[in-house]
Design a protein around this ligand. Structure first.
Ligand code: 13P
Length: 246
């Protein structure tokens, strides 16, 4: 069975002081031992956070480039992350897609290179409001996941995050039924296009305005294997989201 997975994505937020406070909440817990926990922190604080985070918590980057090294000013590579002891990266976040114009192809290449370097990846997909209203949700997420499938050969170290863009930072959470419907489509897609084993073993987590008050209902859905949390991961309630199943 799939271990429940809860990630906090700090995005471009925080400071050393805030990181200390957030790590304080996490260290005090209590943390459900049946949950895998990740915090995605700004690259500049990775080392600082890694030093203090409980060793059971994955400290993750929020982006990295698709090659090992070279003339790519401003970028960081998966091997640099490994070098400082960081084993996870979030890739394909909708903010990377929309604000920084990352394409399905670039994201797939980044995911592949990160996996080949030995990182584990939270791979994000999701439709915009316009796409949902046009009835294209399934086609959009299928296209996004297909692009990934075409570049990678092993799904073992991949967690898929379904994050509908209209639900991110808006306070408009997908209803448990809306989220479940898409998660089910994605699992079916994995069954048909990859394998039954990969479909059964891969965590598909939901992101978009997850809070302490809506997480329990979402967590009950059979194909929702956890959460990727933005705003609420910067608050003490992140602990309640980690413990959604209790
Ligand atoms: P919010 O939880 O703030 O809506 O953000 C979700 C998200 O983008 C996590 O990656």
């Amino acid at each position: 069975s799939r271990k429940f997975f809860v990630g906090g994505n700090w995005k471009m937020n925080g400071s050393k002081k805030i990181a200390d406070e957030l790590l304080g909440h996490i260290s005090r817990g209590p943390l459900d031992p049946n949950v895998e926990i990740l915090i995605g922190v700004p690259a500049i604080y990775l080392d600082f956070v890694k030093e203090q985070a409980p060793c059971t918590v994955h400290v993750s980057a929020q982006n990295c480039f698709k090659t090992e090294k070279g003339a790519f000013t401003g970028e960081i590579s998966p091997s640099m992350l490994k070098d400082i002891g960081v084993d996870w990266v979030i890739l394909g976040h909708s903010e990377r897609r929309q604000i920084f114009q990352e394409t399905d192809l670039l994201i797939a290449e980044k995911i592949n290179h990160a996996l080949e370097t030995g990182l584990s990846v939270v791979a994000c997909i999701g439709e915009t409001l316009e796409e949902r209203e046009a009835g294209q949700t399934e086609a959009v997420v299928a296209k996004q996941i297909k692009a990934i499938k075409e570049k990678i050969s092993n799904w073992q170290n991949v967690v898929i995050a379904y994050e509908p863009v209209w639900a991110i930072g808006t306070g408009k959470t997908a209803s448990p039924q809306q989220a479940q419907e898409v998660h089910k489509v994605l699992r079916k897609w994995l069954t048909d296009e990859v394998s039954e084993t990969v479909a059964q073993n891969t965590r598909i987590i939901y992101g978009g305005s997850v809070t302490a008050s809506n997480c329990k209902e979402l967590a009950k859905e059979v194909d929702i294997d956890g959460f990727l949390v933005g705003g609420a991961s910067l608050k003490p309630e992140f602990i309640d989201i980690i413990n959604a199943n209790q």
